[in-house]
Write a protein that binds this ligand. Structure first.
Ligand code: C2E
Ligand code: SIN
Ligand code: SIN
Ligand code: SIN
Ligand code: FE
Length: 388
């Protein structure tokens, strides 16, 4: 039942783009790096690739980024390449120790042609990793007049590093700093934005008489279906958050319609249907949550093309929206709504089955039915506390 995924790669939109004043690497490498930075949201992947490229350029065997932790005044290996990268993740060194510490403190780039003979070299790291550092360059990572850490390259393949290598590394450090800074600013803005959207969604839930439990339950069901449909683990939090906002467009629907105790007439239903497009518009104000936009916009599309707002069909509906749709409808059916009673579970399951290939993606229906026991169990444990 596995399905080719139609996932989109979400784009990074750094809030502030900056460029280093005088990074002089060969233009192809530079373009490749800039492309990577702009095309991927995953800063760690970008940095890792930058480091590999940097190692190639400088014929280095390994490299690492150490970031300063102001709370403990230590330098921590944030990223490292080479065989010991796992163990390095847990190693920290005092910010005034070693070549790295000295570079961090003084802001200078240090070229150490023979680590064994250097009085600065901090051997404890090598002792722990069993990596033998022969020579290295360490250069600070500057951001807005401050230093956030240190970039190191280790062990030139042949001979030792040159003054030329030192210059190149300095330029790369400037680029890497910018990438890290942009990612941090981006993360901050994104977090604040997601928080405010989640708060808005919750406010909406209270107006809709429904408690937040419906949305939490749907998020949980969605996460149980996601792995079967090619959505990797690292996307799950994004899916959960985006899922929780799928009905945010109901903010734009008047109470008289949203809270109407009975069935909506055709005109009222037309107004109600605008909640999908409006949700997409609200979430699209800042281009940070493309997935949330897609879900809000497409969660009432149907597999056979008879849904709204666009009448998309089949795989043209993003997989995440198809997942949300089946979860949302099932949970709505077995819940009380201002306009309806809760359906018995077996009738709701029969409905889902019957809508296979009509409302819902048939593969999803099979998957949903195969785990329906878990889903129902979860539902029963997480009932709405407020009855109405
Ligand atoms: P909702 O209550 O969260 O329902 C989500 C979806 O679950 C509905 O999307 C529909 O596909 C399914 N669903 C819910 N209850 C039933 C039901 O009794 N029978 C069937 N066959 N399907 C059901 P839909 O229809 O596009 O509605 C979207 C939203 O519009 C609903 O979200 C609800 O807020 C509102 N709405 C729909 N119909 C009525 C109504 O007759 N009266 C009121 N007051 N609101 C309604
Ligand atoms: C460069 O283009 O100067 C290298 C940048 C980097 O490694 O991020
Ligand atoms: C040092 O900076 O002195 C050692 C750091 C390392 O081994 O990577
Ligand atoms: C992600 O891809 O991990 C997050 C993207 C987003 O929330 O917009
Ligand atoms: Fe909806």
């Amino acid at each position: 039942m596995k399905k080719a995924k139609t996932k989109k790669t979400l784009k990074s939109e750094p809030t502030k783009k900056k460029t280093a004043s005088k990074a002089k690497l060969d233009p192809t490498s530079q373009n490749r790096i800039i492309k990577l930075i702009n095309s991927s949201l995953n800063i760690d992947e970008v940095l890792h690739l930058s480091m590999k490229l940097m190692e190639k350029t400088l014929s280095a065997t390994a490299s690492s980024i150490l970031l300063h932790d102001p709370e403990t005044n230590e330098l921590k290996f944030y990223l490292a390449t080479g065989a010991k990268k796992e163990i390095l993740k847990v190693i920290r060194m005092p910010a005034d120790k070693g070549v790295a510490g000295r570079s961090f403190q003084t802001g200078r780039t240090l070229l150490i042609p023979d680590a064994a003979k250097s009085s600065f070299f901090y051997k404890k790291v090598d002792d722990k990793t069993k990596f033998v550092t022969k020579n290295l360059i360490a250069t600070p990572l500057p951001i807005r007049g401050k230093r956030i850490g240190v970039l190191e390259v280790l062990n030139k393949a042949q001979g030792t590093f040159s003054k030329q290598d030192e210059k190149k590394l300095k330029n790369m450090a400037a680029e890497i700093s910018i990438a890290i800074d942009n990612a941090r600013l981006y993360d901050e803005v994104k977090r604040a934005y997601i928080d405010s959207m989640l708060n808005m969604s919750k406010a909406e839930i209270y107006r809709d008489v429904d408690t937040g439990k419906h949305i939490e339950r749907c998020g949980e069901y969605a996460l149980r279906l996601a792995p079967e449909f090619g959505i990797p683990e690292k996307e799950h939090e994004n899916l959960r958050v985006s899922m929780m906002m799928h009905d945010i467009g109901k903010i734009a629907i008047p109470d008289a319609i949203l809270l109407k105790p009975g069935r909506l007439d055709d005109a009222e239903m037309e107004v109600m249907k605008t909640h999908a497009t409006k949700g997409g518009e609200i979430l699209g104000q800042a281009p940070l949550l493309q997935l949330a936009v897609d879900i809000a916009t497409c969660h009432h599309e149907k597999w056979d093309g008879s849904g709204y707002p666009k009448g998309l069909s089949g795989n043209n509906i993003p997989i995440e929206a198809r997942i949300v749709s089946i979860c949302d409808v099932f949970d709505a059916l077995i819940s009380v709504r201002p306009y309806k009673d809760a359906w018995p579970v077996d009738e709701a399951l029969a409905h889902i089955k019957n809508e296979s290939g009509k409302h819902f993606d048939p593969d999803l229906v099979n998957c949903f039915l195969s785990i329906s026991n878990q889903i129902i169990k979860y539902n029963r444990k997480h009932q709405d506390t407020e009855a109405y």
